[in-house]
Design a protein around this ligand. Structure first.
Ligand code: GDP
Length: 729
């Protein structure tokens, strides 16, 4: 296949690679990345969508057409635009309609001059490709004022910088203007139209600014699911709390919130009309939980918000989060947090991100960024709006609320009073009270359902996080939940899965490939630290397991004997005793019986509140299993100057003079005769005069007995000991 690379095509059409990818997706011929090669036919199909001399086309996110959506018209046909690539001159508007695919032209609007904020907004037509200067002219605001405003948003824009339609819409809104984004003009129509330089056989164009929404056939749009990731202390938890409180406090329930692993907020639709839209946040921040879920085949996240503290910049876990989001193919939005701080430097953050291939829009890339302060509640609306924009532009999540419900377990725990409590994020269908469900190897009938405010609910639709009561046991985070016909079926399925899981686990223990086999043979004896982990929620258990499994060492590894949610019980201690395992408890305690038994059996139960401490300690325990390494440490040297045969003393005594350091009883000696190594052994007896001594220092004479050593005058004894080196992981 000859083919064209996406980025080459993008260059040719003077649009972004993302735009090309979008178009390909719309055409039903998706390509993966900018470097993907696509067939010529596909490239032609994209070319046909663009005027060949078209200036830089703005990404056609559906969110960019706030005004057209309102007007019910997608395209505003304009007179043929100048073909020059620089779109500095706005397309002259003419009331003709040359584009065949264009719907009817919107009614020309009458811009009201200098409308103060209180007046109804005026509508202004803005070309979808517009420079900052032209935009300023169009809405009648001095260009420097706009530049300043953008700077406030962390965007340094020159007068000739082209503005993204989203930015245009938002900027316009802040000046009480509704931006009616109009598409780039079609090239010269064969007939009519003002005279213009003949377009070089341009392909036919059917460009519309806003992307036509895919028809909702069956599935309907569902809320996006967002995970917040980033380095520790950069404010993930604070941001989640801030968003939640900002949105919940004005809700009906007085802001009573519960941690269930996810929550939903309502946001004004950026498309206007006072509509509300929901966004679901997973509130176990960090990529560990995200990855753990993915490892179980559950990808519930649609968008990753990467939090980077403006005073700290990109840190190791930021990089990891970027890798994870990329690996999962999840679009990212960067939230530069802590902008309230004096030493905040958001620009530096954006620059740093480019080093990790995260290209902020302000730098010509396609990653949305937003400045926030979780502490001062700044920028939250902006962030939510961007989430919706990215949702519409890149994901368009859909689900059918009418099919049999399926979902993913986000978190689960055992409640003393109510039994297993699980949070499920509904994927498809609608979960209802009384439904029979299987979740991983657990099953049950839904006895009760709650939302994240603890309010009873009767049903839960797509992307809704609901707390379920009624399962027979605590499922794992990442387990799939399915509604089945009846409870009997549910039980059967769960049992089948349990035995499947067991055999999978057994299979996993056997070497499956030759390579594995060889490796294990080579490793000889791989030592294992047996662990039983107990924790308060599945999410943290998974995170701990993942982190510990990551420890890759040729001589030692962890072996999870068991892990589970709930306090450490007698059964855990019994198991630990049987398998010589260490019990680590995260945010849970042993019950009285377990504590007593553990003490009697000398089983150690270690309690932690911080995951890192736990991991650190387990690492130390693993290091303790490693075979010790010894290092030779020289102690001293002595010269043999006389020989005394004393059969009664058990051998021949070497009369020595210590020339260096010291000789020590019990230490090793290496005997050199000339250059040769004559003997090696251990000092059995050291004598000064008639006395046995432990050591003799430099400058003294002494008698040395090394069993089986036949000394000769002139031998040099090198005395040394082996010191144990602490090993770490
Ligand atoms: P996480 O580890 O990423 O979840 O970070 P946290 O949310 O626990 O925040 C870490 C620290 O940063 C806490 O002391 C927060 O109070 C503080 N913090 C979070 N967001 C902001 C912010 O916007 N401004 C300031 N000044 N401090 C913040």
């Amino acid at each position: 296949m000859s083919g064209v690379r996406v980025y080459d095509l993008a260059k040719e059409l003077r649009i972004s690679s993302n735009e090309v990818l979008e178009r390909l997706k719309e055409l039903g011929r998706p390509a993966k990345v900018a470097s993907s090669a696509i067939p010529d036919a596909d490239a032609d199909a994209v070319r046909r969508q663009f005027a060949s001399p078209a200036p830089v086309a703005a990404p056609s996110s559906p969110g960019n057409g706030a005004a057209p959506a309102r007007n019910g018209s997608a395209t505003a046909p304009t007179a043929p635009a100048p073909t020059a690539p620089a779109p500095s001159a706005p397309a002259p508007r003419a009331p003709i309609s040359p584009a065949p695919a264009a719907p009817k032209a919107p009614a020309p609007t009458a811009p009201a001059a200098g409308a103060p904020a209180k007046e109804p907004p005026r509508t202004v037509d803005i070309p979808s490709v517009v420079t900052l200067k032209d935009f300023a002219d169009k809405i009648g605001v001095p260009a420097p004022t706009i530049q300043k405003k953008l700077m406030g948003l962390g965007v340094l824009a020159s007068l000739n910088q082209k503005l993204h339609p989203d930015v245009v819409t938002r900027l316009a809104k802040s000046y009480n203007v509704i931006a009616n984004i109009v598409a780039p003009a079609a090239p010269a129509a064969p007939t009519g139209g003002p005279a213009m330089p003949a377009a070089p056989a341009a392909p036919r164009v059917a460009v519309v600014a806003p992307k036509p929404r895919q028809k909702a056939a069956g599935p309907v749009v569902r809320p996006p699911v967002v995970t917040i990731m980033g380095h520790v202390d950069h404010g993930k938890t604070s941001l989640l709390d801030a968003i939640r409180h900002a949105r919940v406090a004005d809700g009906e329930f007085g802001g009573i919130t519960q941690h269930i692993g996810a929550y939903q907020v309502e946001v004004d639709d950026p498309d206007g009309k006072g509509k509300k839209r929901a966004i679901t946040f997973l509130d176990t921040p960090g990529h560990e939980a995200f990855t753990a879920m993915r490892a179980r085949g559950a990808q519930v996240t649609d968008i990753a918000v990467l939090v980077v503290a403006a005073d700290d910049g990109v840190m190791p876990q930021t990089q990891e989060a970027i890798q994870h989001a990329k690996a999962a193919g999840v679009p990212m939005i960067v939230a530069v947090n802590k902008i309230d701080k004096e030493d905040a430097n958001p620009t530096r953050v954006l620059t740093q991100l480019t080093e990790y291939d995260v290209m902020p829009e302000a730098y010509g890339g396609d990653v949305q960024t937003v400045e926030v302060s979780a502490k001062e509640n700044l920028g939250l609306d902006d962030l939510l709006e961007k989430i919706l924009l990215v949702t519409d532009a890149e994901i368009e999540p859909k689900a059918d609320p009418t099919v049999a419900a399926t979902g993913t377990i986000i978190e689960a725990r055992l409640d003393k009073g109510t039994g297993p409590v699980a949070t499920v994020l509904v994927e498809q269908g609608t979960l209802k009270m009384g439904d029979s469900v299987v979740a991983g190897a657990t099953f049950g009938r839904i006895k009760a359902m709650m939302d994240d405010r603890g309010q009873r609910i009767k049903s839960a639709g797509p992307a809704f996080p609901a707390v379920l009561l009624g399962l027979n046991a605590v499922p794992n985070a990442g387990d799939r939940l399915e509604v089945v016909k009846d409870e009997k079926t549910a039980r059967q399925m769960a049992e089948e899965r349990t035995s499947e899981e067991r055999s999978e686990r057994l299979a996993a223990r056997r070497p499956v490939t030759l390579e594995d086999l060889q490796r294990q043979i080579k490793q000889g004896e791989v030592k294992e630290l047996n662990l039983i982990i107990k924790g308060d929620v599945q999410g943290s258990l998974e995170a701990i397991r993942q982190s510990l499994e990551k420890i890759d060492h040729p001589e030692v590894r962890v072996h999870f004997i068991a892990s589970g949610v709930g306090p450490v019980g007698k059964a855990d201690v019994d198991l630990a005793a049987a398998s010589e395992a260490l019990i680590v408890a995260f945010n849970v305690r042993p019950d009285t019986e377990a504590a007593r038994l553990a003490e009697a059996e000398h089983i150690e139960i270690r309690e932690y509140r911080v995951i890192y401490d736990l991991i650190d300690d387990v690492k130390k325990a693993m290091a303790g299993l490693l075979d010790p390494i010894f290092e030779e440490a020289a102690l001293g040297k002595a010269e043999v100057r006389a020989i005394f045969k004393l059969p009664r003393a058990g051998g021949i005594i070497a009369g020595c003079y210590v020339t260096d350091g010291r000789l020590q009883r019990g230490a090793s000696v290496r005997v050199r005769r000339g250059r040769a190594l004559a003997f090696e052994g251990k000092i059995d007896t050291l004598r000064r005069e008639k006395d046995d001594v432990r050591e003799v220092a430099q400058g003294y004479e002494c008698g040395v007995l090394v069993p089986d050593y036949d000394p000769a005058e002139g031998d040099i004894l090198e005395c040394y000991e082996m010191r144990k080196i602490e090993r770490t992981l």
